[in-house]
Design a binder for this molecule. Structure first.
Ligand code: A3P
Length: 354
């Protein structure tokens, strides 16, 4: 029989098996796992088959690294994801109680999902019996666009409020209902050279069967923004600019600052999403416990993240080194200088620095 010990405490995720799914009903651990991971392979193999097909096929295409990607309104997306992003614009309904975890790929999404989920649901779960001990953070916080791309959008409606949902979309591409709603967006960004190195390693594990691109070519494509959800600079700037005009809507967190002072990062996030820590919680070390539960070393060593394979993807793919400046081990000085020069030009006048 399934382990039901979590059930009384758990609202959104249970190890029990519910029979039907309406809003607020529990989702089993096994279902949660399959929901997020199924998309990856299915999406890549799916045929375009909607009213958007013609439009998508007319857009600039890139398929040397990842792909096939299409350029839509200055951002590159997997064409199958783009199809569903266009379709979901009108139909995705955000709730004012939602919290959106937004990021470019490889910028600390897994970590921020874990933290936001834990902060938001800290009244429901105990630290010794927490969903994150059994589920990868991506299974606790589904990516909106991938859920749509997997034609599984009803799943999002079954999740009880308050939902924590993820997105890699640029701010301009988010569904209108997210932008118009009061739901807060927490955005994490990371120094782009480290993002590139992280993405490079991920691609080595993902694209085994394809003709591999060289490191130099991948770097060039990254700098041109020709990667899923790229270019990273414009991605960050859109969220940053919006955070200046609507500071109550978007909180910008930097991966490097979070690593240096995770207590401060978690506290700021809790305040921002309207779940500040009480004096008693602070006295009882709740903030430290959240930091510890979501830490790289803790999550990485969990059986679910070390050994579990879901649809041919080992959860270990989300946990590599988690250090600042790993680019130094891979890039020549010339590469790094060129890269930095470009970052400087892109951010010039924006007031933002990594
Ligand atoms: P590295 O490849 O540099 O190690 P994303 O989650 O957006 O895909 O980002 C992945 C990066 O975040 C990886 O960086 C990964 O190791 C790191 N990461 C994953 N979990 C983390 C955690 N709990 N704390 C800090 N970094 C984490």
């Amino acid at each position: 029989m399934a382990d039901t010990s979590l059930n009384s405490n758990f609202n959104s995720i249970s190890t029990d098996k519910p029979s039907k799914k309406d809003e607020g009903e529990v989702v089993t651990v096994d279902e949660a796992k399959l929901r997020y991971r199924r998309p990856f392979m299915d999406i890549l193999n799916a045929e375009l088959d909607s009213e958007y097909k013609e439009l998508i096929l007319s857009l600039p295409k890139e398929e040397r690294w990842f792909g096939p990607l299409r350029n839509y309104r200055d951002f590159w997306l997997l064409q199958q994801v783009l199809e569903q992003v266009l379709a979901m614009q009108e139909v995705f309904m955000s709730r004012p109680s939602d919290v959106i975890v937004a990021s470019s790929m490889k910028s600390g999404t897994t970590w921020l999902k874990a933290i936001t989920f834990t902060v938001m649901h800290r009244d429901k779960y105990t630290f010794s019996d927490h969903p994150l001990l059994k589920l990868n953070p991506h299974d606790c916080v589904p990516l909106i666009e991938h859920t749509y791309a997997a034609r599984d959008e009803k799943y999002l409606e079954t999740l009880p409020s308050p939902r924590v949902l993820g997105s890699h979309l640029s701010y301009s591409m988010l569904p209108e209902s997210i932008k118009a709603s009061k739901c807060p967006i927490v955005y994490i960004c990371r120094e782009p050279k480290d993002v590139f190195i992280s993405l490079w390693h991920m691609s080595l594990r993902f694209e085994k069967s394809k003709e591999p691109v060289s490191f130099e070519q991948a770097l060039e494509l990254f700098c041109q923004g020709r990667v899923p959800f790229g270019p990273i600079w414009e991605h960050v700037l859109e969220y940053y600019t919006k955070s200046l005009s609507s500071p109550e809507k978007i909180l910008i967190l930097k991966y490097e600052e979070m690593l240096k002072d995770p207590i401060d990062g978690v506290t700021r996030l809790a305040n921002f999403i309207g779940r500040p820590f009480s004096e008693e919680e602070i006295k009882n070390g709740v903030v430290e416990k959240i930091v510890e539960l979501c830490s790289f070393n803790k999550l990485k060593e969990l059986d679910v993240n070390k050994n579990e394979i879901v649809n041919e993807t080992n959860n270990g793919i989300y946990f590599r080194k988690a250090v600042v400046g790993d680019w130094q081990n891979y890039m020549t000085t010339e590469m790094a200088d060129k890269f930095d020069e470009m970052t400087k030009e892109k951010l010039c006048g924006s007031g933002f620095t990594f």
